[in-house]
Design a binder for this molecule. Structure first.
Ligand code: NAP
Ligand code: MG
Length: 525
């Protein structure tokens, strides 16, 4: 215990710094990623059990995770957890909480520091799993890894800060103290689109704060979660602190969310599933002693606004990477571009030209910018929106798709009415709606005219416009003269307003407060 304590202290004394991104123009990095892809290729198609209380539980009913670039390639087979197994996982988490909650914060933090070390060593290998499993390009997969490592390093330091003596007003004749204690069993339900970063981030926030976890990964990205689970076992995290439960959210989700022994839920995903969880979690179940907490990070319909003073080339570059990075499958994706009349034609032309240069294809190849969308359902949904868009705007580029993977061209609709469906609904694919605004006022009004409020960007050199946007552009993450994606842990605490969720600000100082509760202790002298 003494040595582990020292380790946490020495780690934590180094200030948090973001993990650098890999430079793939360097031959050695290119080679390392290519070799990792070969390595992972030889490991595809294995079967992964549930892990409950450290025990591997096989199931006769399984489902497959496939490569969206080549849907006949199976990444892994996973157990379909039953309702009974879901309850068993919760029972184990509840029992383990009784011991885990007494483990000192330093020791809990140490597991995260140790896991981060392994993830750093295995960075190309883990990225390779995401390249195969969800169709991330090399740099997108690398970014996901960097963010995952950042979350571990950041939350480990955060819990050490929160374990210190907390500032309260002193009073004569009494000793007063405020301490943070864990909540209990956390149901962690991540999405597939940041399958390492968000999955590991929510799981580690919960466990480092002293809670136990039932982790139900997204069904299209369970392999990277299984790899992470393996790392937690390697660093010696006690059995039962994190329980690995695969299966369809629509089948076991309600059982998990409704259970009276679940104390809180950390969810990131779509608006509709988030709303469902919010509603169900609010209902007190028989025997439930607490108000269930829900931390819900949901969708977006994010906008990049360009005014007449902007650097138009920079704006076009920002619009394109915000809209089409990872095929537009980011909650922060800039799926709307709102451009003032004066520069509309110029910016539209630049955006169109740049989009036409993007490569689309199998992301196991190094220089492909866009891979496939996640699965057949996503492909159908996006193509439906492209059809809708044809009736709502002017198709200026893209619209096509090709197989056998789920490849869709970067697609741009111009002259879109701000009330059009493609301007209001989250498509979650490579479809950009471009809108013309009369002036900056009009642009800001259009930008805010959405039920979401996650990210937004303004390209402008007009200080008054920038000041107004600071006050009026109603989004959780606002950017000036840069793209609206790519939030960094610690630097850009992340989370949105309105239907984008509970604004939990992942990767910020407020985040862990959602995973704990405060106890005030007063003693008369
Ligand atoms: P999703 O369909 O809502 O799924 C998210 C998770 O919820 C998955 O693990 C899913 O399991 C599970 N689930 C499905 N139905 C459930 C139910 N009835 N009860 C409990 N859990 C259930 O979202 P997604 O397609 O994975 O991710 C894309 C969405 O996430 C987009 O809307 C995007 O904007 C949002 N997102 C938001 C943020 C943010 O920080 N605000 C970040 C990333 C993504 P299955 O996979 O088994 O269905
Ligand atoms: Mg897949």
């Amino acid at each position: 215990m003494a040595t582990t304590f020292k380790r946490a202290v020495s780690h934590a004394q180094q200030p948090f710094v973001n993990e650098p991104l890999t430079d793939f123009s360097k031959e050695e990095n290119k080679r390392a990623q290519a070799e990792a892809l070969e390595q992972v290729k030889s490991e595809l198609g294995r079967t992964y059990p549930l892990i409950i209380g450290g025990k591997q539980i096989e199931s006769e009913h399984t489902f497959a995770s496939v490569n969206p670039s080549q849907p006949n390639q199976i990444i892994g087979h996973f157990a379909r957890a039953t309702e009974e197994q879901t309850k068993e996982a919760i029972t184990t988490a509840a029992t383990t909480f009784e011991t885990w909650k007494r483990v000192p914060a330093e020791e809990r933090a140490n597991y995260l520091f140790a896991a981060a070390d392994i993830m750093r060593q295995r960075r190309f290998y883990l990225a390779a799993w995401m390249i195969y499993e969800v169709g991330k390009s090399w740099s997108e997969a690398d970014g996901d890894m960097a963010e995952a490592i950042d979350f571990l390093e950041f939350y480990a330091r955060e819990i050490l800060r929160l374990a210190e003596e907390q500032p309260i007003v002193r009073m004569e004749g009494e000793d007063n103290q405020l301490v943070y204690i864990p909540l209990g069993v956390c149901a962690v339900i991540p999405p597939w689109n940041f399958p390492c970063a968000i999955m590991a981030g929510m799981t580690c926030a919960a466990l480092v704060a002293g809670n136990t976890v039932v982790l139900k990964p997204a069904s299209t990205a369970p392999t990277i979660a299984a790899q992470f689970m393996h790392i937690l076992q390697e660093v010696g995290l006690p059995a039962g602190v994190v329980n690995f439960l695969t299966g369809s959210g629509s089948v076991i989700g309600d059982t998990l969310v409704d259970d009276a022994r679940v104390r809180f839920i950390a969810f990131t995903g779509s608006r509709d599933v988030g709303l469902r969880i919010y509603e169900r979690a609010a209902k007190r179940q028989q025997g439930q002693r607490w108000l269930k907490r829900s931390i819900l990070e949901m969708g977006g319909k994010d906008a990049v606004v360009v005014d007449e003073t902007a650097d138009l080339d920079a704006a076009a570059t920002g619009i394109v990477s915000s809209a089409f990075g990872f095929q537009g499958q980011k909650c922060s994706a800039g799926s709307r571009a709102i451009i003032v009349e004066q520069v509309y034609d110029q910016v539209l032309q630049k955006v169109t030209e740049k989009s036409r240069q993007l490569t689309v294809g199998d992301v196991t190849q190094p220089d492909v910018y866009m891979g496939p969308v996640i699965d057949e359902n996503a492909m159908k949904k996006v193509l439906e929106y492209i059809d809708i868009g044809k009736g709502e705007g002017r198709l200026v580029t893209g619209g096509g798709h090709h197989g056998p993977g789920y490849f869709i061209e970067p697609t741009i609709f111009a002259d879109v009415n701000p009330q059009a469906r493609i301007a209001q609904e989250e498509i979650f694919g490579p479809v950009l709606a471009v809108m013309k605004a009369k002036d900056f006022d009009d642009a800001l009004r259009i930008a805010n005219d959405t039920e979401y409020g996650l990210t937004g960007a303004l390209y402008s050199r007009d200080q008054q416009h920038i000041e107004r946007a600071k006050e009026e552009f109603h989004v959780g993450n606002l950017y000036f003269n840069r793209k609206c994606t790519g939030a960094l842990v610690g630097v850009h605490p992340f989370g949105g307003f309105n239907m984008s969720g509970t604004d939990s600000k992942a990767g910020g100082r407020d985040y862990l407060l959602l995973f704990i509760q405060a106890k005030t202790i007063s003693a008369k002298k």
